[in-house]
Design a protein around this ligand. Structure first.
Ligand SMILES: *[C@@H]1O[C@H](CO)[C@@H](O)[C@H](O)[C@H]1NC(C)=O
Ligand SMILES: *[C@@H]1O[C@H](CO)[C@@H](O)[C@H](O)[C@H]1NC(C)=O
Ligand SMILES: *[C@@H]1O[C@H](CO)[C@@H](O)[C@H](O)[C@H]1NC(C)=O
Ligand SMILES: *[C@@H]1O[C@H](CO)[C@@H](O)[C@H](O)[C@H]1NC(C)=O
Ligand SMILES: *[C@@H]1O[C@H](CO)[C@@H](O)[C@H](O)[C@H]1NC(C)=O
Ligand SMILES: *[C@@H]1O[C@H](CO)[C@@H](O)[C@H](O)[C@H]1NC(C)=O
Ligand SMILES: *[C@@H]1O[C@H](CO)[C@@H](O)[C@H](O)[C@H]1NC(C)=O
Ligand SMILES: *[C@@H]1O[C@H](CO)[C@@H](O)[C@H](O)[C@H]1NC(C)=O
Ligand SMILES: *[C@@H]1O[C@H](CO)[C@@H](O)[C@H](O)[C@H]1NC(C)=O
Ligand SMILES: *[C@@H]1O[C@H](CO)[C@@H](O)[C@H](O)[C@H]1NC(C)=O
Ligand SMILES: *[C@@H]1O[C@H](CO)[C@@H](O)[C@H](O)[C@H]1NC(C)=O
Ligand SMILES: *[C@@H]1O[C@H](CO)[C@@H](O)[C@H](O)[C@H]1NC(C)=O
Length: 815
């Protein structure tokens, strides 16, 4: 974890799309060439013994060789990863990073015969089991890095014998017990990292004894602000963020002089409250300040911005309030690159004085109460996120546009109005544009085609744009979300959309598009979600059922249009994505890029793309979290004929709405094969025959609606049926057995006309399909002085975390 010496920083914003993360990125480190001195035989034998304890040790990941070169025919001092003492040939350093030590380290391991070891790195080695107590015998160790493995159990107290240790990292393992055991007596430590383990919560010990401490990454601590830490003059880097800390109370730096070299301070994700003390501005070398996600309050901490070195600040997710005010002291933090103020209660306008922060690259003020114009100088940033405020316009943008580097522009949910801001067409690096939920009007300009090459997300939802959707997508090969829903667009969908080969979500709901079914969209290889709802599309659903079209479709909503036609029996036979039960496919592929800023912070508010599906009469328990969903909504069109039996092949289907059409004949028995079905609406058709009894066996099926058909016979007995509302069976004159169901609602034996009345007040219910945000909070995972490997490690680890917390689909009933 702690790999000093190399300095690495991101140049600009790096965008890493999930799919392109190389598993082995952290093996890219090139090793220093080994020294060439005669190896002592006892040392050689110990090394080989150690190697043989790990059967996979010869495996070569990427460019990383590690232990492959270890054999008797060569000088052990020339082996990869091994460094010997120049004079006596004793092994003094073993540097195994990313080796395949896929086993437990035994107390009698050959490793412990290397009694002269000073530096030991076993990091990212997939190393499991407990740390053996014999580690305490390596009494010359000054550097010990066991990070990023799968170590478990308590840290043996013998580690306290390693009194020469200056660097200790145990981070990213599953160690338990009390962490302080591991370091309490190691007062010579310069760097200490115990984060991301399963240690039991503990009061942080008195840190003032660690006279040389420069870097401290603490985890699983609680209690008041650790003032003792800030009495250490050498302190440079403090991270008490993330990692299950739960500190409370006010920040209190005490009365002693503050460590003047401190340049990194993270207190994120704790329960600190109160104002930030003005004394913080005495950290004259502070570069990075992370106070995210606490309960800090008070006005905007103007004094903070007197710190000249400050580059990266987040005050997001606290209770700050009042106007943003940088004061008029000059020079102020003119090094500032990123400023995050989101999710507070700031109000007023963004002061023009923000322009004095010449290097500012990222500004996130989302979700406050700001208003007025957005200063034009902000348009030169690379990431500007102002969503969920009350901004209404833009100041003069002057010349800054010439060098525009904007990559992320999020203005959603404000009070902007007027025409599409044309200067956006000059942002040739723009990847993410969200103008949704404003009152922009007029046409969508053709000049957009100048920037669609780089665009990945374009969201214009819920504005007043009118006219046609112009043909701007010829080069939009990276675009994976296009949402122009709820505007007043008309005409046909532009044919250049076909060139959007990355498209995953296309939503044009609630416009006035008028044409036949755009079946050519079916050639987009990754289209998962297609929403054409509430337009004036007409004619049959050509090609939808053909095996080579719409191969990845998982959600289709063509409801409330003028589609017509009947469906042949085999219609659903080729809908591959919906026939599978293994629903591990990443529906969310199109949703997220991870954007890192200069410091490797996750520079992006979680993005939510939501679709709403109005579904008549379906009572829901949709407040569940789903990994995935599939849905077909053909409701309120003019389809007719038999519902095809092949519908029973769509085993992954969760939601089926065919209501409000003119389907006739029987309900297909095969519906009972849809074992994942949660909601079924067949109401308002001309269906006849009996309700298939086996539908009662579908254990997830919580809501059904058969009202307004010509169904007959008994309502099946199953509990799924008995749980339905009375109204779900309305207006089927020959259907009987309603008594039990309707009694639930305290309506004794309703007569048909009463039933009709009962069904009247039933409102259209909005089912809100929301693809939820990435579930984990952004974390600290790199810094200025840390090497490349370190960053890659953390990224790898983060990706792990990401995979575990896969973005999920939340289906919510909006009632
Ligand atoms: C790691 O060990 C496990 C269990 O012994 C084994 O199944 C797996 O194949 C090993 N992996 C590697 C990469 O050696
Ligand atoms: C031993 O390692 C050297 C490289 O260090 C290699 O050239 C040689 O082939 C290896 N010998 C055996 C027997 O594996
Ligand atoms: C041991 O680690 C320290 C601290 O990183 C470093 O300065 C020193 O060069 C290392 N020694 C060897 C032999 O690798
Ligand atoms: C890590 O070990 C686990 C079993 O312990 C194994 O399944 C996995 O493949 C290993 N991974 C690597 C990269 O060695
Ligand atoms: C090492 O630590 C253990 C337990 O803390 C202690 O009993 C033992 O005396 C120590 N050994 C040395 C050589 O200091
Ligand atoms: C620290 O050292 C003291 C005195 O040598 C000893 O009593 C105590 O047990 C040690 N604590 C730990 C956690 O090793
Ligand atoms: C953090 O501490 C506060 C106050 O002691 C407590 O109410 C809260 O539940 C704790 N949170 C966690 C996650 O442990
Ligand atoms: C941008 O688009 C407009 C309108 O389509 C066009 O006139 C102009 O030439 C384009 N600018 C560049 C630099 O291509
Ligand atoms: C689209 O890409 C082609 C080839 O890369 C390029 O020649 C053309 O100018 C681009 N068109 C627009 C509108 O950017
Ligand atoms: C756009 O798609 C059409 C049809 O697939 C193809 O012929 C054309 O080459 C594509 N144009 C570009 C610029 O990719
Ligand atoms: C349901 O599925 C089973 C097995 O997949 C099949 O044998 C049966 O015919 C299907 N039932 C209907 C009514 O389609
Ligand atoms: C849909 O759900 C999201 C997330 O809970 C919420 O923010 C949004 O307001 C909801 N939309 C409607 C129409 O209820």
């Amino acid at each position: 974890m702690m790999i000093p010496s190399q300095s690495y920083s991101f140049n600009g914003i790096v965008v890493i799309t999930l799919y392109f993360i190389s598993l082995f990125s952290f093996f890219l480190h090139t090793l220093a060439s080994p020294t060439v001195h005669r190896c002592r035989h006892d040392q050689r034998d110990a090394l080989l013994e150690f190697k043989h304890e790990f059967p996979g040790a010869d495996m070569n990941f990427g460019r990383f060789d590690n232990m492959r070169s270890w054999n008797k025919s060569s000088d052990c001092c020339s082996w990869e990863s091994v460094t010997c003492d120049a004079k006596y040939g004793q092994v003094i350093s073993l540097y195994l990073l990313g080796a395949n030590l896929n086993n437990t380290l035994k107390p009698n391991s050959g490793l412990f015969k290397l009694q002269y070891l000073q530096n030991l790195t076993l990091s990212g080695c997939n190393h499991s089991g407990e740390i053996p107590f014999t580690l305490g015998t390596l009494s010359h160790l000054t550097y010990l890095d066991l990070s990023f493995n799968k170590l478990v159990g308590q840290v043996p107290s013998t580690i306290g014998n390693l009194t020469k240790l200056r660097y200790l990292s145990l981070s990213i393992n599953h160690l338990s017990g009390k962490s302080s055991v591991s370091f309490a007596n190691l007062t010579k430590l310069i760097q200490l990292d115990i984060t991301e383990n399963d240690f039991e919560p503990e009061l942080i010990p008195d840190m003032s004894r660690f006279h040389n401490l420069e870097e401290f990454w603490g985890g699983n601590f609680f209690g008041p602000f650790p003032t003792s830490l800030f009495t250490i003059p050498s302190l440079r880097w403090v991270n008490l963020g993330d990692s299950n800390n739960n500190f409370t109370g006010h920040i209190d730096f005490g009365n002693s002089s503050l460590p003047s070299r401190l340049f990194y301070l993270s207190l994120a994700d704790n329960n600190f409250d109160g104002p930030i003390p003005e004394s913080i501005s005495k950290f004259l070398n502070l570069k990075i300040l992370d106070l995210r996600n606490n309960s800090f309050s008070g006005p905007f901490p103007t004094f903070l911005f007197k710190i000249p070195s400050l580059q990266w600040v987040t005050l997001a997710r606290n209770n700050f309030k009042g106007p943003i005010d940088f004061g008029n002291t000059w020079p102020s933090s003119s090094s500032l690159i990123s400023l995050y103020l989101a999710d507070n209660n700031f109000d007023g306008q963004i002061p023009e004085s923000i322009s004095q922060f010449l290097k500012l690259g990222t500004l996130d003020i989302s979700n406050n109460k700001l208003q007025g114009n957005v200063p034009g100088c902000l348009l030169r940033l690379s990431s500007l996120q102002l969503s969920h405020n009350s901004f209404s316009g833009f100041g003069k943008s002057s010349q800054v546009l010439d060098q525009a580097q904007m990559q992320v522009l999020r203005l959603e949910s404000n009070s902007f109005q007027g025409p599409f801001p044309h200067w956006i067409c000059q942002f040739r690096s723009l990847e993410f544009l969200d103008l949704s939920n404003n009152s922009f009007s007029g046409s969508i300009p053709l000049c957009l085609r100048n920037i669609t090459y780089s665009l990945e997300v374009l969201n214009l939802r819920n504005n007043n744009f009118s006219g046609i959707l112009p043909d701007v997508f010829l080069n939009a090969t990276r675009l994976y979300t296009l949402d122009v829903s709820r505007n007043r667009l008309e005409g046909k969908l532009p044919k250049t959309l076909i060139n959007c080969t990355s498209m995953g979500l296309l939503n044009v709901e609630g416009n006035k598009f008028k044409e036949t079914f755009p079946s050519w969209l079916g050639s987009m290889p990754y289209l998962y979600i297609l929403i054409l709802r509430a337009n004036q599309f007409y004619g049959p659903l050509y090609h939808l059922h053909e095996s080579t079209w719409f191969q990845h479709l998982k959600v289709i909503d063509v409801s409330h249009n003028d589609f017509t036609g009947s469906f042949p029996a085999f219609y659903f036979s080729n809908w591959l994505q919906m026939t599978t039960l293994n629903l591990e496919i990443d529906v969310v592929y199109y949703e997220y890029s991870i954007i890192w800023d200069d410091y490797g912070y996750h520079n992006f508010r979680p993005y939510t793309s939501s679709m709403e599906i109005v579904h008549k009469g379906v009572d829901t328990e949709f407040d569940k979290i789903r990994q995935d969903f599939t849905s077909i909504d053909f409701s309120s069109n003019k389809f007719y004929g038999k519902i095809p039996e092949s519908i029973g092949l769509l085993k992954g289907l969760r939601f089926l709405n065919l209501s409000g059409n003119a389907f006739t004949s029987d309900i297909p028995q095969s519906l009972a094969n849809l074992t994942n079905l949660e909601a079924l609406d067949l109401s308002h058709n001309q269906l006849s025959g009996q309700i298939p009894r086996d539908l009662g066996e579908l254990s997830f099926l919580s809501t059904m609606n058969f009202a307004h058909n010509n169904l007959e016979g008994p309502i099946p007995r199953g509990t799924q049926f008995q749980r339905q509302n009375c109204s779900s069976f309305m207006d089927n004159p020959k259907l009987y057995g309603l008594d039990d169901i309707c009694r639930k609602t305290h309506v004794p034996n309703p007569r048909p006309q009463e039933l009709e009345k009962l069904s009247e007040p039933e409102e259209e219910q909005v089912i809100n399909w929301t693809s939820a945000a990435i579930a984990y909070g952004p974390g600290v995972f790199c810094g200025l002085v840390i090497g490349h490997i370190f960053i890659s490690h953390k990224q790898e680890w983060l990706m792990e975390k990401f995979r575990r917390n896969k973005p999920r689909v939340v289906i919510r009933s909006a009632r």
